[in-house]
Design a protein around this ligand. Sequence first.
Ligand code: PRP
Length: 212
Amino acid sequence: MKPLRIALTKGRLEKDTIELLEKIGYDCSTVRNKGRRLILPIGGGEIEAVLAKAADVITYVEHGVCDLGVVGKDTILENGTSFFELLDLGFGRCRFAVAGKAGYDFYDGFKAKTIATKYPNVARKHFENKAMDIRFIKIEGSVELAPLLGLADAIVDIVETGSTLRENGLEVYEEVVPISARLIANNASLKLRKNEIETLVYKMEKSLNETE
Ligand code: PRP
């Protein structure tokens, strides 16, 4: 039988995902000692883990070259919906927020405002019905720089501990939506490999309930 292929988000979510897979009984030593390898058999080859950037996890799952994926709700909200969201994994908790320089009233007045963000779709949707004249600028990282340098009036970004904002004299103006890691599945895989996927989801759910 072909291994079930799961795309894992590299970086922030990687450690918690591996811990969850180990907790439900899969030997993940190949991932822990991966070196530069990108496709890694786990649990004796029953599952094949692929390590990818968050947005690419969605691309691989949508195209069906990976059956499953672990990715943040932030990336899901920004990048697509042509897949099945199976489970809230509970880790990678943070939130989208509108933020900017402390003490500045972003919502005051009718002047056009500028928002810098790595997530233009999420930002646009949030301001869609707010009757504000807003221009959006896409930034690739360290978005907090934009209001500090005078490029933007505010940002729409992920806030986890709040340290990045605090240490740069910025504050949250408004919470947008809570975020956590999700298990997603390719639509066809969900039908073709129903039993294997259901078994895995059941094990994950059980382990998540135990740790709650
Ligand atoms: C994210 C986000 C904030 C920071 C928030 O950036 O864009 O900058 O984390 O975390 P905190 O509230 O715990 O300080 P990330 O580190 O992923 O890198 P990036 O800025 O390059 O996108």
